[in-house]
Design a protein around this ligand. Structure first.
Ligand code: SIN
Ligand code: MN
Length: 268
């Protein structure tokens, strides 16, 4: 899926791009049908909310689930990344599903992802980004992702190490910085149905509140990095900061539908 010049210009200006309903309800049914199985697994990659059995994050799911393996190579997710990062050779730096579970989903503090990629993984430049796919509706109540538009233009901000709030230590921005940036850029929280996509710059400041609703807010994140910008420090596990820098080879656009058909035939 190719972005238009106008969409690329909007991304450069705002630091993010929202694309509603890119995947069909049938495709999303196949994907979300896998989630109960994924979140019920007991393994290092599946992190729970503090003091609760509710899932917070499932990491590196593409390595242990065949449907998510297709999403890691899906052209609607990966090709816009090649355009925005200016390279055909991208690898998966991180791959995760954030559950933000009904009633239990807790906050993510204000941060830039590149602060963590730089401080923890020694990623040379911010030429890396997130491609988010809504696996459930994100609405104003269930802890949608919040962005400070244009904050990516600040470059990498000073950050403190939050080892308490998140499912893994995260480098977060302080309240004075957020107050200044919000005074300039405001806050947006793009909302839409499952199958919608959010693309955002590695330096865009973002956060999300808790989820007190009965509606889980599942989001898949592909953190794509240029192969020539690979990380140089390997202190985090491979499943949280991938060390395989092989370029992603994209699958056909109809891979999910083809998989669903094959599964249906095999079951008949
Ligand atoms: C993140 O910033 O990595 C996650 C934020 C969210 O899923 O709400
Ligand atoms: Mn983040």
């Amino acid at each position: 899926m190719k972005l238009t010049p106008a969409q690329q210009a909007e991304f450069a200006e705002q630091g993010y791009l929202f694309l509603p309903s890119v995947f069909s309800p049938e495709e999303m049914a196949l994907v979300t049908g896998e989630l109960p199985k994924i979140f019920s697994e007991t393994r290092d990659e599946v992190i729970r909310e503090k003091g609760s059995a509710s899932p917070r994050t499932a990491f590196f799911v593409q390595a242990w689930n065949p449907v998510f393996a297709m999403l890691a190579r899906h052209p609607r997710l990966v090709e816009p990344g090649t355009q925005l990062l200016g390279s055909d050779k991208l690898y998966m730096h991180q791959f995760k599903v954030n559950a933000k579970a009904a009633f239990d989903g807790a906050v993510w503090q204000w941060h830039q992802d590149y602060a963590t990629w730089y401080n923890d993984d020694d990623m040379p430049t911010a030429q890396a980004m997130n491609i988010a796919l809504f696996l459930a509706e994100a609405n104003e109540f269930n802890g949608p992702l919040m962005f400070i538009p244009k904050s990516h233009r600040e470059g990498r901000l000073a950050a403190g190490h939050d080892t308490v709030t998140t499912s893994y230590p995260l480098w977060t921005a302080d309240n004075d910085t957020i107050t200044r940036l919000v005074a300039e850029g405001g806050i947006v929280a793009p909302k839409g149905p499952a199958g919608s996509m959010l693309l955002f710059h590695g330096n865009l400041v973002h956060a999300s509140g808790s989820n007190l609703t009965p509606w889980s807010r599942w989001i898949l994140y592909l953190s794509l990095n240029r192969c020539d910008n690979a990380i140089r420090r390997f202190k985090r596990p491979n499943w949280i900061a991938n060390r395989d820098f092989t370029p992603i080879e994209m699958l056909p656009d109809d891979c999910l539908a083809a998989f669903a058909r094959e599964r249906h035939t095999a079951a008949a």
